[in-house]
Design a protein around this ligand. Structure first.
Ligand SMILES: Cc1ncc(COP(=O)(O)O)c(C=O)c1O
Length: 389
């Protein structure tokens, strides 16, 4: 008789931490391509453009100058200074360099934020549909994500809806704007409502502003800029989307104590900071003129308008995404099971998307299409849907 070695078991803390389904979709696409099929890809989640030359040049310079040694794990002072200035001017968050922590992309910032705030069995209110890893980041704290339908909050009022989903275990609110996967942008009034609720109930806000520069019809508004909110908010930013730097793994958080201590500890004992030359490259990114960001935004807007109009024409109705680079149409006309709908689009029209249910139960009967792709791909994909759906 063979005995199962009991030592070979994963720490139970990781039991409820999952992996993203998006990996399975990528594997399916690779297989189709191997079979020689042309796949119109809309499933991605990153900028279609390349990292700006000034950033790459700064990296090369940093290497040539041997800026390759340990840096402070919170980040090099020059970068923290530049970030704090940007936060004051652009986000109206009254940050000092000591409130800034450089991290390995938004993901590490979010990891540190949840780890710093959430205890076992505590609950986090998450507007839903939501970016999938959030549930796993909360599970990693042995906490629980409580899904708050964004549509319900918009229909019935934010404070009333948040109150409905709160319990005496509620500890925090995850506040993502612009949102992945819906492209929804929370406006100033909505931020004010969430902030009133957080202050009244003494909750912490974890704000995720990864797409702050990809916003088309409205203005980005940082919840931490509201009076009384900076001290109860950890805001997470990334260079991934704004500067097409997804593979560089750099972002930053802004917060006050005691959160900074938590963020410092989680970074120190995981990556011990971001690679030093990458930080010098990030400093160059921070100097890119707002005109360039504006012109990028126009490029995305053109793609958004094209995809949105085409999807609605096909009866795949969706609201105009106000931000990020995703359209999130209702596909019940194809199949209200979003996994099956995604499969149908892939099989019949070679159009790859992400099933909405991946983003939580409120995403069911929708598909996520990214418009961060070439105009030619959008036109060809829509054409294939017209012919084959
Ligand atoms: C809503 C949201 N937040 C944060 C991130 C983190 O991005 P990164 O870790 O590349 O900075 C992403 C990436 O897709 C995202 O969609």
């Amino acid at each position: 008789m063979t005995t199962i070695p009991t030592a070979y078991r994963l720490a139970s803390r990781l039991d409820d931490v999952g992996f993203s389904d998006i990996v399975n979709i990528r594997n399916r696409i690779m297989k189709l391509r191997e079979q020689g099929a042309r796949v119109y890809q809309f499933e991605g989640g990153e900028p279609y453009m390349n990292t700006p030359e000034v950033v790459k040049e700064a990296m090369i310079r940093a290497l040539a100058e041997n800026k390759t040694r340990y840096a402070p794990s919170s980040g090099i002072p020059e970068l923290r200074e530049a970030i704090a200035e940007k936060l004051r001017l652009k986000n109206k968050i009254p940050a000092q360099p000591s409130d800034v922590m450089v991290c390995n992309g938004g993901m590490q910032g979010l990891f540190g934020a949840f780890q710093s705030v959430v205890n076992r069995d505590e609950e986090v209110l998450v507007f839903s549909p939501f970016w999938t890893p959030i549930k796993d980041l909360i599970a990693h704290c042995e906490g629980k994500a409580i899904l708050v339908p964004t549509s319900e909050a918009r229909e019935h009022g934010f404070e009333k809806t948040l109150a409905h989903y709160s319990t005496d275990r509620t500890r925090a609110i995850y506040y993502n704007t612009p949102q992945n996967p819906t492209g929804i942008v929370f406006n100033r009034d909505e931020a004010q409502s969430v902030s009133r609720f957080a202050q009244e109930r003494d909750l912490i806000v974890i704000a995720d502003e990864a797409y702050e520069d990809l916003i088309y019809d409205e203005e980005h508004f940082s919840i931490a800029s509201i009076e009384g909110m900076f001290e109860r908010t950890i805001t997470v930013f990334t260079l991934s989307k704004t500067y097409a730097m997804t593979g560089w793994r750099i972002g930053y958080t802004v917060a006050q104590e005691p959160w900074m201590t938590g963020l410092r500890k989680t970074t120190l004992y995981s990556s011990n900071g971001v690679s030093t030359p990458t930080q010098w490259a990030a400093l160059a990114a921070m100097t890119i003129e707002s005109d360039t960001l504006e012109s990028n935004r126009r490029e995305y807007k053109q793609r958004r308008d094209l995809l949105w109009a085409g999807l609605n024409e096909l009866g795949l109705n969706c609201e105009l995404p106000a931000g990020a680079f995703y359209a999130f149409p209702d596909v019940s006309r194809v199949n209200s099971d979003s996994r099956k709908a995604a499969e149908t689009l892939l099989e019949r029209a070679q159009v790859a998307t992400v099933p909405g249910v991946v983003f939580g139960k409120h995403g069911e009967s929708h598909l996520r299409f990214s418009f961060s792709t070439s105009v030619e791909n959008i036109e060809a994909g829509l054409d294939s849907l017209r012919r084959n759906l």
